[in-house]
Ligand binder design. Structure first.
Ligand code: ASP
Length: 583
């Protein structure tokens, strides 16, 4: 028996009991006549005491040579501590050791195994197993476990069935780049790792599974942006005989359940907003609605004077920054410099201070009088004490810039409270989006998304205007889920492929299996997928998904611990029928 209790378990009630514990040496303090050792395992820390009077000498000597992170087993008696530690659950007691076994020695760890460690990111990644011993990482993994348990139990209670779909599938050209796997047994042929189980879950609906979910790894070979992982986890879901309303309701239920069971918070409403409105009101399709600063379009009240910058702009748009009139000139300059950084790329910013006495003071007083500025305040919803910030230029660009500014100011003003949860459905996404590089339309969501039935007729005349029954669930400014009602008949699917630039032969070659299935009684269906890593991070009140993944990749897509990706030897290449020119 390695242990009778774990290291977070013993209390005053256990005093006088003989116990056996196993764990890691967190630290030891040698006072000569007495040695204290903090013994740690997943559950907590228990203080061990070895003293010259009560502990056999050989054991005291052994204790003196224990290093940090040694794995040991001890047997001893639980005694009351003379100085109690109220910060530790086991802080009322200590274990007077009578027997000590070193189960394994340990080298000095390259960084301290403490909540606040001295190890840098890269070093901690390389020794991730040591990082996992630290509370912040360990607790995140336990937290993630709780979330996935709640997901499974909720969806099971709603009659969803968890089904596994294959990881070795067929490469398809749509979407992101595939990771591919060469086939040894089929020379010159490759599997792809799924970007998502999309087509399989649809086939499960054709198969009559009715309600499916899976907590599943997905793989996308995209250029990595900060906090993206080439492999990530989805809560993937699909339902048959549903319309959009049914789906939104079910997954509102799941999200509400998670926020309640994990954070104890009741979410009363899941507001909805169309994609077009989101862009107009917040400048992006995943607005953080924990705070205001809605966009006010100012063309009508700013293009009637001699200010050329505004007059020539497609869009003039502003936000009212609450309390922003207290910003000093220097603070405003710092905001303008922030906007001018290449990452944001604005040329400048016009502003108008809303004074407490009801007057205004703007950076363009030369052009605009008090009446004009009062209208700006009215359109942006500014009150006395606020600052109206205005940008102008081409619509898409300006919206993106002002949206970035809105988030930045919210951050600076402390309006993004991680303990508050503000979900939002964004609906009515466009079906297609124009891609300048390839000069053709791409599916905005994916090629299996259904156009709104009354808009199919627009596909020929104005494809960019067609809206889909596609929706995203946004939480605190992050897209945490997205999905759609799917096409379930062969003719519409063929029409869609045609609009995406596939010849009928290409469509058949790539997606024949799905089109065939649609000929054998496919039910109407739809679904969505949540990004689990991000969802867990947000529920945990944090931003970085890497902190909630046991063995994440770094920003270059590498696993620095196992050193992957790596070269393979010539024999292996040969077997896979691959020739690689090693330069
Ligand atoms: N498969 C989609 C995705 O990965 C989600 C869905 O449409 O259900 O984004």
């Amino acid at each position: 028996m390695y242990r009778s209790h774990h290291c977070g378990q013993l209390r005053a009630l256990n005093i006088n009991e003989e116990v056996t514990l196993s764990g890691w040496v967190q630290k030891s303090r040698d006072k000569g006549f007495v040695i204290w050792v903090d013994l740690r395992d997943r559950y907590g820390i228990t203080q061990l005491i070895f003293d010259a009077e009560r502990t056999p000498e050989v054991i005291v000597n052994m204790a003196k040579s224990l290093g940090r992170e040694f794995v040991i087993q001890v047997t001893g008696t639980v005694i009351e501590r003379t100085s109690k530690n109220p910060n530790l659950e086991t802080g009322d007691i200590e274990v007077l050791v009578s027997k000590l076994t070193v189960l394994n020695e340990a080298k000095v760890p390259p960084f301290t195994i403490e909540d606040q460690t001295d190890g840098g990111e890269e070093l901690r990644m390389k020794y991730r197993y040591l990082d996992i011993r630290r509370n912040p990482v360990k607790n995140n993994l336990i937290f993630r476990h709780k979330v996935t348990q709640e997901v499974r139990s909720y969806l099971s209670s709603q009659e969803f069935i968890e089904v596994e779909t294959p990881y070795l599938i067929k490469s398809t050209p749509e979407g992101a780049r595939d990771f591919v796997v060469p086939s040894r047994m089929n020379e010159g042929q490759f599997y792809a790792l799924p970007q998502s189980p999309q087509t399989f879950k649809q086939l499960l609906m054709v198969g009559g599974m009715d309600k499916y979910f899976q907590i599943v790894k997905c793989f996308r070979d995209e250029d990595l942006r900060a906090d993206r992982q080439p492999e990530f986890t989805q809560i993937d879901c699909e339902m048959a005989f549903v319309n959009q309303e049914d789906i939104l309701n079910i997954f509102e239920g799941l999200t509400r359940h998670l926020i309640k069971s994990i954070q104890g918070k009741d979410i009363s409403s899941f507001p909805r907003m169309t994609y077009d409105d989101a862009l107009q009101t917040y400048g992006n399709d995943k607005p953080d609605i924990r705070f205001g600063m809605k966009f006010g379009e100012l063309n009508a009240v700013s293009q009637h004077k001699d200010f050329g910058v505004f007059n020539s702009a497609e869009l003039v748009v502003g936000i009212a920054v609450p309390g922003g009139n207290s910003f000093t000139r220097k603070e405003i300059d710092s905001i303008i410099n922030w906007l001018k950084r290449p990452q944001v790329g604005a040329l400048g910013m016009i502003y108008s201070r809303c004074n407490d006495d009801g007057t205004y003071k703007s950076s363009v007083d030369k052009f605009y009088d008090q009446e004009d500025l009062a209208q700006w305040a009215q359109v942006t919803g500014a009150q006395a004490g606020d600052l109206v910030c205005v940008l102008s230029g081409p619509t898409d660009k300006v919206r993106t810039q002002l949206s970035a500014l809105r988030m930045e100011l919210a951050e600076r003003l402390g309006l993004r409270n991680p303990k508050e949860f503000a979900p939002l459905w964004v609906t009515d996404f466009p079906l297609l989006e124009w891609d300048e590089d390839s000069k053709r339309f791409h599916a905005m969501h994916h090629p299996f998304t259904a156009p709104k039935p009354d808009q199919i007729k627009l596909l020929d005349s104005d494809p960019g205007a067609v809206k889909a029954n596609a929706y995203d669930l946004v939480l605190n400014g992050n897209e945490i889920g997205g999905g759609s009602i799917r096409i379930h008949d062969k003719a519409t699917q063929a029409l869609m492929f045609n609009h995406l630039g596939f010849t009928p032969e290409e469509a058949k070659e790539q997606f024949g299996f799905l089109m065939n299935a649609f000929e054998y009684g496919a039910p109407p269906h739809g679904g969505l997928a949540f990004g689990l890593d991000r969802l867990v991070a947000i529920l945990g009140g944090q931003e970085t998904i890497r902190d909630f993944i046991a063995f994440p990749k770094n920003n270059s897509g590498r696993d620095v611990m196992i050193d992957a990706p790596s070269a393979i030897d010539a024999a292996q290449l040969n077997e896979l029928h691959l020739k690689v020119d090693l330069k």
